[in-house]
Structures are given as C-alpha cells and as structure tokens.
Design a protein around this ligand. Structure first.
Ligand code: MF3
Ligand code: CO
Ligand code: CO
Length: 268
C-alpha cells in the first residue's frame, strides 16, 4: 500500500465532505452545556448528518481488525479520555474539557475533524492545555509544503508540547484520508526534522495531536475503544484534514465557525 495522490476531482469532493464534517461541529457547539449527556450530543450530531446533510457517520459500526464495531456516530472524549470516547450517559459539568471528533462520508469521500470545547469558564490548566494543543496542531500544519518531510510536522508539534511540560501520545497518529477513513501515510505527532517521507502536492492527510498534561502513558478501557491517560491527567486533541498544495497547504475542514488560526507566542 502506498500514498494515494488525489486529482482535481478528488480534491473538489474532499473540500465538500471536509466542510460538512466541520459544519457538524458548528451545529453542535451551542448544545454543549452543563447537564447534557455525551449520548444526547451524539444523537443530535447523528440526526443532523442523516437528515440535514445526507452524510454517513463514518464511526458507526466502524470495525478495524481486532476491534469490536464502534457503536456510535461520533467520538466524545471528556477530561482524561484521550480519544475514541463512546458517547453515553455521562452528563457534562462545569469546567469539563471535551473533544468531539466527527468523520462523515459523502459520495464515497471521508472528511475528519475534531475540536476541543470547555464547559463554561474552564480551569486554568484545562484552558492552557487546550490552547497549547491547538497551537501544536497549527505548528504542524505550517510545516506542510511539497518537499518538506513528515518528520518536520512531528518535530514542530513535539517541541512545542514538551516546552510547556506536556507529553505526546504515541499510539495514535494522523493519517492519509480520501476514499478510505485511514490511508497511508501515518502522520506521527513526534519526531525529527528532515526524516520520513517527503510531501507531494495532492496528498491529503489529517494532523491530530493528542497531548497530555501528565505522562504519555495510556490505558484502554474494557469497552476496547475508550483510551484514557494512565495517570488520569487531562488530555486534549484538535484535528484538521489538510491538502498539500503546490506552494504549501490548504486546510480542508473549514466552515463558518472554524476557530481562527492562533497567534503563537514562543516563550521557550
Ligand atoms: N476520527 C478518528 C480519527 O481521527 C477515528 C475514530 S474511529 C472510531 O482518526 F471508530 F472510533 F470512530
Ligand atoms: Co483522523
Ligand atoms: Co477524527
């Protein structure tokens, strides 16, 4: 298996499906309040995809080798859940940090994006972790251009996270995406500049760093999907789907309420 270079037709379809994925996040944002359950948020997203967008939620019944089928339409990962949190009866409360990860399918193409949310004002630690993780994703995105190495992305992310005393989850990574949910190449969120594959125009992949306030060790829950920090420290993640263009990058997962690119102050 090799990296699939997308043509103009693929790229126009990917622009559409990636915008739709981002629009699910725009839609769900005002519902994120104390007392709502993650299961209710999932149902709202599911109905919006099916009834308003005519998209298919890619996570529902997704079954990579060795896993049970994923039972819901979104992943909602709260506080010390790193990723793949299964929506359920958990009620959101003040200061919770949560990631909502949306992948939709339209015309056979996949779009994948996630954002962090904080319930009401948030703790100092939670706000800082969410902000630094957002900066990490963007520092990774800014490495994307033809001829740059995949290791440049990982290096940019890892340096910024570690400069703030945070750790990078190693077990999960970004991925090529197109007519499949997970394609080559793997996009590691740690690494060394100048190493790994060189980027080429027409590659499309996600950048989705998972960053822990404490140790990088993980623990898989008995449901075989939910991944938590072993030390129960907070974890954050942001995700965009990105196209390598002739001159740099184009972020595809954009919609009316996509958060702005940050202004990053390097204090190291
Ligand atoms: N959206 C996740 C990613 O960014 C994958 C979720 S797989 C699921 O790659 F089955 F848990 F939904
Ligand atoms: Co992804
Ligand atoms: Co995702």
């Amino acid at each position: 298996m090799t990296v699939i270079i997308k043509n103009e037709h693929d790229i126009s379809k990917m622009r559409i499906v990636c915008r739709l994925a981002s629009e699910v996040l725009d839609y769900i944002t005002p519902f994120i309040k104390p007392g709502i359950t993650t299961g209710e948020l999932d149902t709202l997203c599911h109905e919006y995809m099916i009834n308003e967008q005519n998209t298919v939620p890619a996570p529902l019944n997704y079954q990579p080798f060795g896993y049970p089928p994923y039972p819901k339409s979104t992943c909602i990962s709260v506080n010390d859940v790193i990723c793949h949190g299964i929506p359920g009866d958990k009620k959101l409360k003040n200061n919770d940090t949560l990631n909502i990860d949306i992948t939709v399918i339209k015309d056979g193409y996949f779009g994948d994006t996630s954002r962090m949310f904080i319930v009401n004002s948030g703790s100092i630690l939670g706000k800082r972790l969410v902000q630094i993780t957002y900066e990490c994703m963007w520092l990774g995105i800014e490495q994307v251009r033809p001829g740059a190495h995949l290791g440049d992305i990982g290096y940019a992310i890892q340096s910024h996270a570690e400069a703030h005393g945070y750790s990078i989850v190693r077990e999960y990574c970004g991925h090529g995406i197109g007519n499949m949910f997970h394609e080559e190449p793997q996009i590691l969120h740690y690494g060394r500049s100048g190493t790994g594959m060189q980027m080429q125009p027409g590659m499309i992949f996600t950048i989705e760093p998972m960053i822990n306030a404490g140790s990088c060790e993980i623990r898989t829950m008995p449901d075989q999907w939910t991944i938590k920090t072993r030390d129960h420290s907070l974890s954050a993640q942001w995700e965009h789907t990105v196209l390598v263009t002739k001159t740099g990058y184009e972020v595809l997962t954009v919609s009316a309420n996509t958060p702005a690119k940050p202004i990053i102050t390097i204090t190291d």
